[in-house]
Design a protein around this ligand. Structure first.
Ligand SMILES: Cc1cc2nc3c(=O)[nH]c(=O)nc-3n(C[C@H](O)[C@H](O)[C@H](O)COP(=O)(O)O)c2cc1C
Ligand SMILES: [Fe+2]
Ligand SMILES: [Fe+2]
Length: 396
């Protein structure tokens, strides 16, 4: 049976939740599920905005057919060809051969490449308008937010921005379509940040460009392709996006991420955390072998200072730390203050390896000499840790 919600009388949510997916994009754990959002506009003409993942095909198709009540589907607007939003495109078109796909040229080519067929399409570009009756949609290109073909769509009657992957979040909706139906800041902001930083975090400049374009519009609602619809306190979320896309820390504080096999490096990380707290400095700790790397990366976006501590492992950086740092570098984080701690028992080289991976990051500053210890921390290391805690305090 169908499972839909009204955004208003003419715009209906026809997407669906998936709580069985273990890894989004085959890498990000989503224990709270994910939603694949799709929206149907009913006017003189009907228009579906994006489709959904294969996992939710049955209910998604039921939702569309129930909402159309036997009407034709005139348009299918394809904003993004990533299969979490386009896997069921052909399923929709087979049921609605009358439907015209509305997309840009790059998307048109991607449909051919992904689906092995050409579809009846109206190709649009930046600024083009699609009249549906009372509703009219203007297309705005948003390349690399998250793929190169992405465009977003602004519906002018209701001030609705259909924002593709931008303004999305991990987490199933669980019946609550609107962000104002939940305590977003308390219960969902962390997952929204983890989504942003890991999915689109690399493309801060392109997100800023999109924010610049949509800032000129009168936006009353934001309808993303994952997560909640925003109709209240839109500024709150847009402001978060401005911080994240500009790689600006939300908080002064320290992320301590450590790699430790036998506990000595962990011990030093814990001592540093105590010294920071004694100075009134907020810090979060992650064992890189335990925490999801996507959560560590999200915290690295959130906080101003990052301390990475690794034991030396087979002549280099411990493997999980190495992976994390490569991932962080790939996400192009910038503007952070960094310190490194290393240990080893015979040829210590972890800090050198960490520095090499992190040095391409722009506007980063290594705020202290690396701290090195052999096998286990001795009393002498206390001074170095105190000095690092002082440096962190000075540079906040
Ligand atoms: C598999 C393995 C490989 C290691 N490779 C090196 C190495 O190449 N160079 C070195 O100086 N120490 C090496 N070590 C020693 C550790 O880096 C060292 O004992 C460190 O202090 C352990 O810190 P932890 O107690 O935090 O795990 C290795 C240890 C293990 C378990
Ligand atoms: Fe995407
Ligand atoms: Fe997506």
């Amino acid at each position: 049976m169908h499972c839909t919600r009204k955004i208003d009388d003419d715009i209906i949510y026809v997407g669906a939740d998936n709580r069985r997916l273990k890894l989004f994009e085959a890498v990000y754990p989503v224990p709270r599920g994910v939603s694949y959002n799709s929206y149907l506009i009913l006017d003189e003409k009907t228009a579906l905005i994006d489709t959904a993942d294969r996992a939710v095909t049955d209910v998604f198709i039921e939702n569309i057919e129930h909402t159309l009540e036997g009407r034709d589907l005139d348009y299918l607007i394809v904003q993004h060809m990533e299969p979490d939003h386009s896997a069921t495109l052909i399923d929709v078109l087979l049921r609605h051969p009358e439907c015209t796909v509305v997309c840009n040229k790059m998307t048109f080519d991607m449909i051919r490449a992904f689906k092995g067929m050409e579809v009846k399409a109206l190709t649009v570009k930046e600024g083009d308008k699609l009249e549906l009756g009372k509703h009219a949609i203007t297309f705005i290109s948003a390349p690399m937010v998250h793929w190169p073909e992405v465009m977003v769509s602004y519906e002018s009657l209701t001030g609705t921005l259909f924002s593709a992957d931008a303004f999305g979040s991990f987490g199933a909706l669980n019946g609550a379509l609107f962000a104002d139906e939940v305590d977003f800041d308390r219960d969902h902001l962390d997952e929204a940040r983890r989504y942003y930083c890991n999915i689109v975090g690399k493309y801060g400049m392109q997100v800023e460009k999109l924010l610049g374009k949509v800032n000129t519009l009168d936006i009353k609602r934001i309808c993303p392709l994952h997560g909640f619809v925003w109709r209240e306190k839109i500024d709150y979320y847009v402001n978060k996006y401005m911080l994240w896309s500009g790689y600006k820390p939300e908080k002064q504080g320290v992320v301590i991420a450590y790699a430790s096999v036998y506990g000595n490096t962990e011990n030093v990380a814990n001592i540093l955390a105590c010294r920071l707290r004694e100075r009134g400095i907020e810090c979060v700790m992650h064992d890189v072998s335990v925490s999801w790397h996507s959560s560590i990366i999200a915290d690295c976006f959130k906080y101003s200072h990052l301390v990475f501590a690794s034991m030396t492992y087979n002549g280099g950086v411990f493997v999980n730390m190495e992976n994390l740092l490569h991932d962080l570098a790939a996400h192009a984080l910038k503007g952070r203050k960094i310190a490194l701690i290393e240990s080893g028992s015979w040829a210590i080289s972890a800090a050198k390896g960490m520095r090499e991976i992190l040095s391409p990051l722009k506007d980063t500053e290594f705020i202290s000499d690396d701290i090195t210890f052999k096998s286990s921390p001795t009393e002498g290391i206390g001074e170095a840790i105190d000095a690092l805690a002082d440096r962190v305090a000075e540079t906040m």
